[in-house]
Write a protein that binds this ligand. Structure first.
Ligand code: PMP
Length: 360
């Protein structure tokens, strides 16, 4: 029996990446150092960083005028750093409230600036993303922040909002590289790595050059997007191992048909699970309107806690792990990031269908 982890993150890596990481991270070379031991100032790491940047630029079809940064820490660090880097002389920033992670981003931004709620999701079941028409974007707000895929709620925007001259900023942590992305629509995109880009400790930023001019003078130097951009993300020691793994992941994506192929595979995997949920005669319920369901974080519920506990125990006995929902909302959640093979998604779908038959 093959075991699969459906964790929301850190998540499964592609098999080929795990194999390359084993060979490349831990084995010493002629310089007496393994990748884990090499200085970030040396040629070997510089080459890896350049490779990661170039590969990602190609995968994203990066337009001119954008920069890729590889920064230490997670997406929550960026919640805090965004306002001080992007506010400039503006007195407020706009945020769309679409659920758990956008609310955490709002809470952090409020510590630093006035936050205007540009749009709100419908917080009652069935959940729906904020509608993309008529957002509240007051004159002079610095940027508009969205969370296109809400990892906890299992909710995804079916389309991006139009924010006019206000730069759109996205916490794409749980959807980055799951589908092709029109980078020109964004001023800044950030995603921590432990879902679709590799291992924890790294956050990737894609930022429009002109926004780097807004960084406030008092921003601590290592947290300044401008300084990190000028210094090629190596102002201080970057998370070298996580960047190396990200480069392996980018290679794997390129070798497997790029983002278009991944998007099709992700849709196919998610549809298989949602089909079981919708065909279960009410044994499972998905609390999100169908057009706004996340492809990567599939949230579903059973009638009561005892049944949920039985599901978790039986799933684990079948090798299907980490299926509990986020502690704040309970229920169940299957995260199917890029590295989840069809076989894993099918194993879960078959188990769920069988469980529904036995407990309907
Ligand atoms: N934003 C989103 C959308 C997330 O899914 C997560 C992690 N689950 C975070 C932010 C927090 O990221 P980190 O733990 O890397 O700080």
């Amino acid at each position: 029996m093959t075991a699969y982890s459906f964790a929301a993150g850190p998540a499964r890596l592609p098999d080929a990446v795990l194999e390359r990481a084993r060979d490349e991270l831990f084995v010493r070379g002629v310089d007496g150092a393994a990748t884990l031991e090499r200085p970030f100032t040396g040629d070997a790491f510089r080459a890896t960083l350049a490779h990661a940047r170039e590969r990602l630029a190609t995968l994203l079809d990066l337009p001119p005028g954008y920069r890729i940064l590889f920064l230490a820490g997670g997406a929550m660090h960026q919640f805090s750093l965004l306002p001080m880097n992007l506010l400039g002389t503006a007195r407020c920033a706009a945020y769309a409230d679409s659920g758990y992670w956008s609310q955490r981003a709002i809470d952090e931004a409020r510590r630093y600036t006035e936050v205007v709620i540009a749009a709100r999701y419908i917080g009652a079941t069935p959940l729906a993303a904020p509608t993309t028409g008529r957002w509240h974007l007051p004159q002079g707000c610095a940027y508009c922040h969205i969370t296109p895929n809400e990892t906890v709620d299992g909710l995804a925007y079916p389309e991006l909002p139009h924010t006019g001259a206000v730069p759109l900023v996205a916490d794409a942590t749980s959807c980055f590289l799951a589908t092709p992305l029109d980078v020109t629509r964004f001023g800044l995109i950030y995603a921590s790595a432990q879902k679709n880009l590799g291992i924890a400790g790294l956050t990737v930023l894609v930022v429009r050059d002109e926004l780097l001019g807004r960084v406030a003078p008092h921003v601590p130097t290592a947290f300044s997007y401008r300084i990190q951009a000028q210094q090629d993300s190596t102002y201080n020691t970057p998370p070298t191992a996580a960047i190396h793994v990200a480069a392996l992941v980018f290679d794997w994506i390129a070798d497997n048909g790029g983002l278009t192929a991944l998007a099709a595979a992700n849709r196919r995997k998610a549809e298989g699970i949602y089909r079981v949920i919708d065909g279960s005669g009410g044994v499972y319920t998905a609390p999100v309107v169908p057009a706004h369901r996340s492809v990567t974080n599939i949230r579903f519920h059973l009638g009561d806690t005892a049944l949920t506990e039985r599901f978790v125990a039986e799933a684990e006995a079948h090798g299907l792990h980490h299926l509990r929902g986020h502690p704040r909302i309970g229920g169940l959640r299957a995260s199917l990031y890029n590295a989840m093979p069809d076989a894993g998604a099918s194993a879960l779908a078959e188990f769920m269908a069988d469980f529904a038959r036995r407990n309907g």
